[in-house]
Design a protein around this ligand. Structure first.
Ligand code: DQA
Length: 148
């Protein structure tokens, strides 16, 4: 099956960005580990990071036609702001897992609300770069049960 991994704004700076909150692991290292896990399980995987809401909306829309079986997404700041990205995921009606490095519930009040969580298969947050590993494990388990 095909997995699509989407990363929202500022996640290109992982490794340098507020390391006390987000850790020292780079996005490239996270993507390499996810690719290895997906390939080992016999799947294909594509990753995209963008700081632009419309780029992510367009990529989600394209997933309707390109054989994507499941989406793993850290919407980053768009978690708390983007009705447009939420609507795109609702429109394509593909299963997705929401990921966060930090636990937004321990932080500023404006991070407590997510436009995604009520549509997600599940949410993994608070484990730093390991959140992506756990989300990949969840996605592979879901695919075993639900996809060909
Ligand atoms: C984040 C949490 C968001 O609140 C924040 O805007 C981010 C990263 C996380 O992975 O912990 O950019 O999604």
């Amino acid at each position: 099956a095909k997995l699509l991994v989407l990363h929202g704004p500022n996640l290109n700076l992982l490794g340098e960005r507020e390391p006390g909150i987000y850790g020292h692991t780079t996005l490239a290292a996270i993507e390499r580990a996810m690719e290895a896990d997906a390939h080992r399980a016999g799947h294909t995987i594509e990753s995209l990071q963008s700081n632009a809401e419309h780029v992510l909306v367009d990529r989600v829309q394209a997933a309707r036609q390109d054989g994507t079986a499941i989406i793993l997404i850290n919407p980053a700041a768009f978690t708390h702001t983007s009705v447009a990205l939420r609507d795109a995921l609702a429109a394509v009606a593909l299963p997705f897992i929401e990921i966060h490095l930090s636990n937004p519930h321990t932080r500023e009040p404006f991070r407590k609300h997510s436009y995604f969580s009520d549509l997600a298969l599940g949410v993994i947050a608070g484990f730093g770069a390991d959140s992506y590993r756990f989300a990949m494990d969840a996605a592979l388990g879901w695919l075993d049960k639900h996809a060909a």
